[in-house]
Write a protein that binds this ligand. Sequence first.
Ligand SMILES: O=P(O)(O)OC[C@H]1O[C@](O)(CO)[C@@H](O)[C@@H]1O
Length: 220
Amino acid sequence: MKFFLDTADLAEIEEAASWGVLAGVTTNPTLYARTGGKLADFHNHIKRICEIVDGPVSAESVAMTRDEMIRDGRELAALADNVVVKLPTMIEGLAATKQLAAEGIPVNMTLCFTVPQAIMAARAGARYISPFVGRFDDISENGLAQLEDVVAAVNNYDFGHDVEIIAASVRSANHVAQAALMGADIATVPFAALKKCVQHPLTDRGLEAFLKDWEKVQNA
Ligand SMILES: O=P(O)(O)OC[C@H]1O[C@](O)(CO)[C@@H](O)[C@@H]1O
């Protein structure tokens, strides 16, 4: 499984990139709004992320019609070679994905919740599909079980092009672990949860013991 960072925060992206595990970034309108960025700066912000990250960077269109999505998609894709256009899983999004894919522009279909949505996204030409986990949990449903169904169903077929599943709306290290066990290609993880993925109390306890013993060696 590859790790993407789910953020538009440049400092977080720079930090995670320095760890050597960062394979890509996903942004969405909420995450960009959280940076305090203005509309006029949006394209430059995406360009900056694309310079930091050696991997795909998803930038989302908020258009509601296929023509506007296609126009946005072409503009976003022109910003950098590693831009992936993020579109919602809906009829207009499918139609725009078909066209953008035909032009060689990679699309990440987001707001995907069900197996039929995922299969349709792949059929339309999506390079990435983002089934949401946490938002199912938010409404007392089992987000990981939903993700498992999507992974199993998509892996049943050859869509004639590369399709990778991005476990999205990930909230915890356990979400990441379970996504890896079920074979999701990628997990896009918020910065705080990504840090938790490398932490374990036994690692901390072991380190503490090693440091204490090393003090004994130094004082011997
Ligand atoms: O439910 P959350 O935590 O807001 O996550 C939403 C998800 O939507 C996405 O836009 C899907 O790609 C990701 O950026 C994020 O993982």
